[in-house]
Design a protein around this ligand. Structure first.
Ligand SMILES: [Fe+2]
Length: 444
């Protein structure tokens, strides 16, 4: 503009009128990697690096142990083309590279991209695959790119190494007012400062539903062959199952998905309950977006006695089975949920009734699964309100923005706490779940 100032007025005006053309005419660097995020492939010693470019490039990760000269090792992968279903049919390349043979608990430094453009340098700690390892998790759902109140705290804590994995329990707000998937791009850029450092494990929520969950299915790289819709993996003494509650609500995408998932869940739970497997990974933890129980006042599924997720649906042919019985029969220990933009801890509950371990120590040898609803990380819809008269199973409630932490300490002890972002990171709730016995027989 200083050059423009020195020109005669008509010439300067002519040049300024060209400005939009000049700006549009400069080709952006579409080969630059962005939206870098990690996930765990479920295979010990592995890590998947996923990122996006808008032009076709090679897919490569250069990496090496922290402290050694940079980028001594490299691994190649490939890219899939994803075309958004919005009007503009925006096209992007989703790159995936799986790193293998990583040393458990060793820290690695990496960047990703190709000779057409490299990302910034990031680091991660390879997951320890020993069942005596005590992993720490951050848990939340409903974190979006508008009003993401807890994000800064999570970014810092992830980079400080406080967590071995993040569980984002649905509603990533990839698609609200999607602007031809640009909102999704923006969200993925925003979580990079968490997800490029710690495996970021997800499940789908209702806000991912547009165009049959295609943005969600294409952008993430969870274990298994279901485009991240349902899968399970092990860490420390936990077997973690992620699934889609949305199959109960978006029947237009196929009722068969609901049955397929149900059968998969049943098989996975049976396998996890084989004596040798349950002995090695005694904690079975589920994560799904919409809760079976809640005491919010918004008329969501969980506010109904006959919640679809809990009891299934009778209005489908054939009727669709719910999940409460399935999880109970297979001795699921902890069930993590979101969707309600609040935090709620339940007493051990089954069949709408409280099944505490004992009056004094409800979570010591509980007689039913423990449910946690953690959907208050921060999103455009703000927080929800509670029903003033909750049922007997509601133990603690908060409408503060925040997120949860979980520490699977060993075979018998699991710790859960709730962080309030409104109260500057204060821990406002915590419990120890203690189980001397796991599985269905632990309930009696
Ligand atoms: Fe939701």
């Amino acid at each position: 503009l200083s050059a423009v100032k020195m020109l005669p007025v008509p010439a300067a005006c002519a040049l300024l009128s060209l400005a939009p053309v000049l700006v549009l005419g400069v080709p952006p660097i579409w080969t630059q990697p962005e939206q870098v995020h990690l996930s765990y492939a479920g295979v010990p010693g592995s890590m998947v690096v996923t990122w996006t470019t808008f032009n076709k490039t090679e897919s490569e990760v250069e990496y090496g142990p922290a402290g050694a000269p940079l980028f001594e090792m490299s691994a190649k992968g490939d890219a899939t083309v994803f075309v958004d279903s919005g009007e503009e049919k925006r096209k992007m390349f989703i790159h995936r590279v799986t790193l293998t043979n990583l040393k458990p608990a060793a820290t690695y430094v990496y960047h990703c991209g190709s000779d057409d453009g490299w990302s910034d340098v990031f680091f991660f700690t390879a997951l320890n695959d020993s069942s005596s390892f005590s992993p720490r998790f951050a848990l939340y759902g409903d974190l979006g790119n508008e009003n993401p109140q807890s994000l800064a705290r999570l970014q810092k804590e992830a980079q400080q190494g406080l967590y071995d994995a993040i569980l984002h329990i649905g509603n990533l707000y990839l698609l609200v007012h999607s602007d031809n998937a640009r909102i999704g791009d923006e969200f993925m850029r925003q979580i990079q400062s968490v997800a490029a450092y710690v495996p970021y494990m997800t499940c789908p929520g209702n806000h991912e539903a547009t165009y049959n969950f295609s943005n969600y299915r294409n952008r993430f790289s969870m274990p298994g062959q279901t485009e991240s819709l349902w899968y399970s993996w092990n860490l420390g003494s936990a077997h973690i199952i992620s699934f889609s509650t949305e199959v109960y609500f978006y029947l237009q995408f196929g009722l068969e998905l609901l049955f397929k998932q149900y059968e998969w869940l049943k098989r996975d739970l049976e396998e996890a309950n084989r004596p040798e497997n349950r002995a090695e990974r005694p904690w079975i933890i589920t994560m799904g977006h919409r809760p079976m129980y809640c005491s919010d006042d918004d008329q969501d599924d969980c506010t109904n006695f006959d919640s679809y997720v809990r009891l299934g649906r009778n209005d489908t042919k054939p009727p669709a089975p719910g999940l409460e019985d399935l999880f109970y029969r297979h001795g699921v220990d902890v069930e993590l949920w979101a969707h309600e933009h609040t935090y709620e801890r339940l007493w051990p509950v089954y069949g709408d009734k409280v099944h505490n371990g004992s009056l004094e120590k409800p979570y010591v040898n509980p007689k039913a699964p423990v449910h946690i609803i953690t959907g208050s990380a921060g999103c455009r819809e703000r927080t929800d309100r509670f029903n003033p008269n909750p049922k007997a199973w509601s133990a603690f409630r908060s409408t503060d923005y925040g997120y949860s932490r979980m520490h699977v300490v060993n075979a018998t002890h699991l710790y859960l706490e709730q962080v309030s972002d409104d109260q500057d990171g204060k821990v406002i709730d915590n419990i120890w779940v203690v189980k001397e016995k796991h599985g269905f027989s632990a309930w009696s």
